[in-house]
Design a protein. Structure first.
Length: 289
């Protein structure tokens, strides 16, 4: 298939101009850019392992209902058929349940690694995958420090799947399905600032109940999913060795020193993708005549 040269160089030309202007090419601020991230606080001291979050997630996303349940010693993982799971851990304070899903990082490594910006951090907080921009490289899967994005290997039209924090429901004024259907109120939805304050309040008022740390406040640069626990987080399967700064921050110095061709390479690939898609649309239109 030939590539529409006009579409291709139109994209590359715009990219090159932006790169040449450097710091002077500043986008005009918008209301969306100053929107505070929405977040979810999960309190594992309140979770009873009922899996209501799993069932409501499956229903909201047209996925199969879970057929297994949390058991101590059995680690259930998210995959292409389920976006959240609850696991049970035997800890120094007895059995503790833990919900796992995408963390929705403040500066997601998956989005930074995505060559075509298919993985995208929205202004409101959710990290979403955009099918029309994906070129199938799966760099998002490799880069995620939480091993979240999953690929539909057995599908004829595979997608990258993960929790989206019910971004579409939020756009319609609704809260995430898992939060809405949690009978134990282990999940709370709000702004990240409000939920961090609430988490600190709970720890201060019940120091004997909570381990003094909010997981997700600083890990990997912070996230929109926050956790409270009665025990140290390593006891409930969390990676406590993650750096505090975001992983994309590791490459910032490098990107300012590399040749322009490497900085522009992702946009070159995007230009090829867009040009190819436009060419395909034209071909399809011609076939219809």
């Amino acid at each position: 298939m030939s590539i529409n040269r006009r579409n291709f160089f139109k994209v590359i030309g715009a990219t090159g101009a932006t790169f040449a202007l450097g710091k002077d090419a500043k986008a005009k601020p918008t209301n969306e850019e100053v929107t505070e991230f929405k977040a979810i606080l999960y309190d594992s001291t309140r979770c009873v392992g009922c899996q209501s979050c799993e069932f409501s997630c499956a229903e909201a996303n047209n996925l199969p209902e879970p057929t297994d349940y949390p058991e101590v010693g059995k680690i259930r993982k998210t995959d292409e058929t389920r976006r959240t799971v609850v696991n049970a851990y035997e800890t120094s304070k007895g059995e503790v349940y833990v919900k796992r899903q995408c963390m929705h990082c403040n500066e997601p490594a998956c989005a930074a690694a995505c060559l075509t910006r298919a993985m995208h951090k929205t202004s409101g907080g959710p990290v979403i995958w955009r099918e029309d921009k994906c070129m199938g490289c799966r760099y998002c899967m490799v880069s995620c420090p939480f091993d979240v994005p999953k690929f539909e290997y057995h599908s004829a039209n595979p997608e990258i799947t993960k929790c989206t924090m019910c971004a579409e429901r939020q756009q319609n004024g609704q809260i995430p399905a898992c939060v809405e259907n949690c009978p134990a109120e282990a999940l709370v939805f709000g702004t990240r600032r409000e939920l961090i304050a609430e988490a600190r309040k709970r720890i201060a008022e019940n120091p004997e109940l909570y381990y003094d740390h909010i997981y997700g406040e600083t890990e990997a640069g912070g996230s929109s999913f926050l956790y409270l626990s009665p025990v140290p987080f390593e006891e409930i399967g969390f990676n406590t060795g993650l750096q505090k700064s975001s992983y994309p921050a590791l490459t910032k110095g490098f990107l300012y020193s590399v040749p322009a061709v490497f900085v522009l390479w992702p946009m070159i690939l995007l230009g090829i993708q867009d040009a190819t898609k436009n060419n395909q649309k034209n071909a399809d239109h011609t076939d219809e005549k």
